[in-house]
Design a protein around this ligand. Structure first.
Ligand SMILES: Cc1cc2nc3c(=O)[nH]c(=O)nc-3n(C[C@H](O)[C@H](O)[C@H](O)COP(=O)(O)OP(=O)(O)OC[C@H]3O[C@@H](n4cnc5c(N)ncnc54)[C@H](O)[C@@H]3O)c2cc1C
Length: 505
C-alpha cells in the first residue's frame, strides 16, 4: 500500500520503519524544514525541532522500547549503541543493600537505554532515511484530509491528504494516512471536515510543570554513581537525574503548576539553587564535575488525553489512523510516551499486515490493540496524577508528609482496627509512601516487580494483584512508625526549600 505518514518524530519515524519493512511504500511529511545534522552532538546544539519542543527535555527510554527494537529493529538498537547510548540492565550496579545480587529469569528483559531524546530521534531518522521504500519530505505540513464516501461502511474513506508545499496546496493520494503529529494533532477537526463524526476524547490536566536542564561531564570526569536513572519524590517536588550519551546528562524538577513559589525553579538561578539542595543531584552538579550546556527548559500545558476512533463497533473513517501522542498522550513524568509511540506504530503495521486492503477490519483490529495495550497506561497515569496532586496540595497546606515524620522506635506494631472507617485513597497513599517505597529499598522482589511495571513489561495493575508483593509491602507498611525517615537523604522539607528559593530570588 501507499502510506502517507504525517509527522516525522518518534511515532512517525516508528510508523515509517514498521510500515516500510512490512512491504508498504511510505512518504513521511514533516513540517519542520530541518535536515538531519551530521551527528547527534551537533543535532543537540543546532537542530531546530520547533515541532517537537519536548526534545529539549529529559527522556527515559524504557525496557519495553529497548526490547521491541531488539526484536524488530535490531539495526536501530545497534546504531543507538554505536552513537553512545548505553544499556542500563537491572542489577548491573546494585546498591549495597542488594549485594550480592542474583539475576533471575526475566531480568535479561529489564534493560533501559540511557540516551538523550535528540540522539534517539537522530538515529531513528538516519535509519529511516536509508530505507528503500521511504521518501522524506521536510518543510511540508498537512492541512487536512481528502476522502470519498464509502457506501458499504457508511463512513468517509480517506484517499489522500492536503499539504502545504512551498506555500502552495497540493493533494497527495494515499491508501492509508497515518497521523503522527503529536499531542497537538488536529485530527478531530480534519475528520469533521471530511464529514466524519468527531472522535470522543478524554482530557485530564496533569496539573504539573516540568523543567529540565542538561549538563556535560567535564573532560576526564565520571558520573558520581553508576546507578542509572534516579527518580525521587519529595511529595511537594519530584526530581530525576537522567544519564545520557556523550557525557551529557539532565536534571528534571516537576511540581504542581499552581504552586507559585516553586514555579520559581523555571528560572535558572532558582533551578540551580533548588537542584543543589537535593543530595543525589548535588554530586552530579559539582562544578568540578560538570557544567550546564543548556538553559532551563520548561513546559506546563501538559495533559493526559486519549481519543476513540471507533464508536459502537464502527470506525469513524476508513484509511486513516492516529499513532503515538496523536492518539494518546500522558503525563511525561512517567516516561512512557516514546515507548508507547513505538509500540503503537508496530501495532498498526501488524494490523495492516493481517487485514491488508480490508480497511474496516484493519481499523477495528488497530483499535482493539490500542485499547488493550495503551489504555491501561492511560488509566494508570490519570489515577497516579490525582494521587500525586492530592499529596502536593496537602504539602502546600502544611500537612506533614510520610517523609517528615519523626520515627518512634517504641511505637507499637500497627494493628489496623478492621471496623474503623477507611478513606481508601488516603490508605492507598499511605501504603505507597510508607510501604511500597521503603520496601523498594529493602526487598529485591518488590523492587523487581516495580521496575518491571515502570518499564511496561508487566501491566500497571500487576503490583496490586501479586499476593507475594502485596504481602511484602504490607509487612513494611505495618512497621512504618518505627522506621528512620529518609527526608535528609532525599531533600529538604518544603518550608526549607521555599526559603532557599526566596534567598536565591
Ligand atoms: C516535557 C516532556 C518530557 C517527556 N519525557 C518523556 C520521557 O522521559 N520518555 C518518553 O518516552 N516520553 C517522554 N515524553 C513524551 C514523548 O516526548 C512523546 O510521547 C513522543 O514525542 C511522542 O511522539 P510523537 O511522534 O507522537 O509526537 P511528537 O514527538 O510531538 O512529534 C510530532 C511531529 O509532528 C510534526 N507535525 C505536527 N503537525 C504537523 C503537520 N500538520 N504536518 C506535518 N508535520 C506535523 C511535528 O513537527 C513533530 O515532528 C515527554 C514529553 C514531554 C512534553
Amino acid at each position: 500500500m501507499k502510506a502517507v505518514v504525517l509527522g516525522g518524530s518518534m511515532a512517525g519515524l516508528g510508523a515509517a520503519l514498521a510500515l516500510s519493512r512490512s512491504g508498504h511504500d511510505v512518504a513521511v511529511v514533516e513540517q519542520d524544514a530541518t535536515p538531519l545534522p551530521p551527528d547527534p552532538v551537533e543535532a543537540f546544539f543546532s537542530w531546530d525541532r520547533h515541532g517537537a519542543p519536548q526534545v529539549w527535555h529529559s527522556h527515559a527510554f524504557l525496557a519495553r522500547l529497548r526490547n521491541l527494537l531488539h526484536e524488530r529493529a535490531p539495526d536501530v538498537l545497534e546504531r543507538l549503541l554505536a552513537h553512545g547510548a548505553e544499556e542500563m540492565a537491572f542489577g548491573d550496579n546494585p546498591p549495597p543493600e542488594f549485594q550480592p545480587f542474583e539475576k533471575v529469569p526475566g531480568d535479561e528483559e529489564l534493560v533501559m537505554l540511557a540516551c538523550r531524546r535528540i540522539t534517539f530521534e537522530w538515529v531513528l531518522r538516519s535509519v529511516v532515511l536509508e530505507l528503500p521504500h521511504v521518501a522524506w519530505h521536510g518543510g511540508v505540513s498537512c492541512r487536512g484530509l481528502v476522502a470519498v464516501p464509502d457506501a458499504e461502511a457508511g463512513v468517509p474513506r480517506v484517499t489522500g491528504v492536503r499539504l502545504s508545499v512551498d506555500g502552495d496546496e497540493e493533494v497527495w493520494d494515499a491508501d492509508v494516512v497515518v497521523d503522527a503529529t503529536g499531542r497537538r494533532s488536529v485530527l478531530p477537526r480534519w475528520l469533521e471536515e471530511i464529514g466524519a463524526q468527531r472522535p470522543a476524547e478524554e482530557r485530564v490536566d496533569c496539573g504539573i510543570f516540568y523543567t529540565s536542564r542538561f549538563y556535560r561531564l567535564r573532560e576526564g570526569q565520571e558520573p558520581p554513581t553508576s546507578q542509572g536513572l534516579v527518580g525521587m519524590d519529595l511529595g511537594y517536588l519530584k526530581y530525576a537525574i537522567f544519564p545520557g550519551d556523550a557525557g551529557i546528562f539532565s536534571v528534571t524538577l516537576a511540581a504542581a503548576k499552581d504552586d507559585a513559589p516553586l514555579r520559581g525553579v523555571m528560572q535558572e538561578a532558582l533551578f540551580e539553587a533548588a537542584a543543589r539542595q537535593l543530595p543525589p543531584v548535588r554530586d552530579w552538579l559539582d562544578p568540578a564535575r560538570s557544567a550546564p550546556v543548556t538553559d532551563v527548559m520548561s513546559m506546563a500545558s501538559l495533559e493526559n488525553r486519549r481519543r476513540f476512533f471507533v464508536d459502537d463497533g464502527r470506525p469513524l473513517a476508513l484509511g486513516v489512523h492516529a499513532v503515538g501522542d496523536a492518539s494518546m498522550c500522558s503525563n511525561p513524568m512517567y516516561g512512557r510516551g516514546c515507548t508507547l509511540a513505538m509500540v503503537h506504530a508496530y501495532l498498526l503495521a501488524d494490523a495492516l499486515s493481517e487485514h491488508g486492503a480490508d480497511a474496516t477490519a484493519t481499523a477495528l483490529a488497530f483499535d482493539a490493540a490500542t485499547r488493550r495495550e495503551l489504555d491501561p497506561w492511560y488509566d494508570a497515569a490519570v489515577i497516579a496524577d490525582a494521587d500525586s496532586l492530592d499529596a502536593m496540595a496537602a504539602g502546600r497546606r502544611g500537612e506533614p508528609s510520610a517523609l517528615d515524620e519523626k520515627p518512634d522506635p517504641n511505637a507499637p506494631d500497627e494493628k489496623p482496627d478492621p471496623n474503623a472507617p477507611v478513606d481508601p485513597r488516603a490508605f492507598m497513599r499511605s501504603v505507597l509512601q510508607e510501604g511500597l517505597f521503603p520496601a523498594m529499598r529493602s526487598d529485591i522482589v518488590v523492587l523487581r516487580a516495580v521496575v518491571r511495571s515502570i518499564n511496561l513489561l508487566d501491566p500497571p495493575q500487576s503490583l496490586m494483584t501479586n499476593p507475594d508483593v502485596i504481602g511484602r509491602v504490607l509487612a513494611v507498611w505495618r512497621d512504618r512508625g518505627k522506621r528512620e525517615k529518609r527526608q535528609s537523604e532525599l531533600g529538604p522539607p518544603r518550608e526549607e526549600m521555599l526559603k532557599v528559593l526566596a534567598d536565591a530570588a
